[in-house]
Design a protein around this ligand. Structure first.
Ligand SMILES: C[S@@+](CC[C@H](N)C(=O)[O-])C[C@H]1O[C@@H](n2cnc3c(N)ncnc32)[C@H](O)[C@@H]1O
Length: 255
């Protein structure tokens, strides 16, 4: 099992990246969606609703799915607290299918890189293309390759309440330069008054994409009119200093 986002992982994600926490991406996606044809929007791997909730509040008809029950439960709770109605389902990139067609499909936060098998990733791109309305857009983020090549163990912590501590120890395990994947062990520990209450291990695997490689993959999946942007500045070609790269691709107007 990899990329599970189970109980402690989802708790940490929700503390670290709560609803509305932006890296410049929420404003960027809002601006790009305003320029899209009107219609339903899908956010695969919606997580805790970090981006979906602000978009819903702004009136964008966004729905989502996620492979993690625990992440989805945070999202459902955040929506219900704000009386925001939308369709949120348990589901995976790989298994996604519906009769519905979307004006836009958005995949922020590098989640597309969680699909580590190239053949599966190509099938997902083709499926997203099929599920877009004519002129519909796919907008997704990828991380620059240098983000995948760290070799140091990293420890972070959060204090959710008095006497409570959550720690995350990220240990790089393997980088496969042929498969373009990196594997880390993410160990989550929940401590109370210095005693260990619970632990969880996630095998966290990501695939990195070259910009041209992903552009060609999108073309092969049927997309056209790709715009690649760096640092959430639309149309500005990415540079080596950018921490986020966004690709927007269009389904042709012809059926
Ligand atoms: C980095 S979080 C992104 C959450 C949200 N989109 C955001 O922008 O904050 C990645 C999400 O992908 C989900 N995920 C992982 N593998 C998945 C898969 N194969 N299919 C669908 N969702 C998946 C995880 O459960 C997690 O909620």
């Amino acid at each position: 099992m990899q990329n599970r986002y189970a109980k402690l992982a989802a708790w940490v994600y929700n503390l670290d990246k709560p609803v509305g926490r932006s890296f410049g991406d929420i404003e960027y996606y809002r601006m790009r969606l305003a320029a899209c044809p009107r219609g339903p929007i899908l956010e695969p791997a919606v997580g805790n609703g970090r981006m979906l909730v602000p978009l819903l509040k702004d009136g964008f008809p966004v729905e989502g799915f996620d492979a993690s029950r625990q992440m989805l439960d945070y999202c459902i709770e955040e929506c219900s607290q704000r009386r925001l109605a939308t369709d949120l389902k348990l589901g995976t990139f790989e298994g996604f299918t519906t009769e519905k067609r979307y004006a836009a499909i958005i995949i922020p936060a590098g989640s597309f890189q969680l699909i580590t098998d190239t053949v599966a990733a190509m099938a997902v791109l083709r499926r997203f293309h099929e599920h877009l309305l004519p002129n519909g857009r796919l907008i997704l983020d990828i991380d620059p390759i240098n983000g995948f090549l760290g070799e140091r163990v990293c420890v972070r912590s959060w204090t959710p309440a008095d006497a409570e501590l959550l720690t995350l120890t990220d240990t790089p395990v393997e980088t496969d330069h042929i498969a373009q994947t990196s594997l880390s062990h993410l160990r989550y520990d929940h401590w109370r008054n210095g005693e260990l209450i619970a632990s969880e291990l996630d095998l966290f695997k990501l695939r990195w994409w070259g910009i041209n490689e992903l552009t060609l993959a999108l073309q092969a999946a049927g997309f056209a009119d790709m715009v690649v942007s760096g640092g959430y500045v639309h149309g500005r070609a990415p540079t080596k200093h950018d921490e986020a790269i966004t690709i927007e691709a269009c389904r042709s107007a012809k059926p």
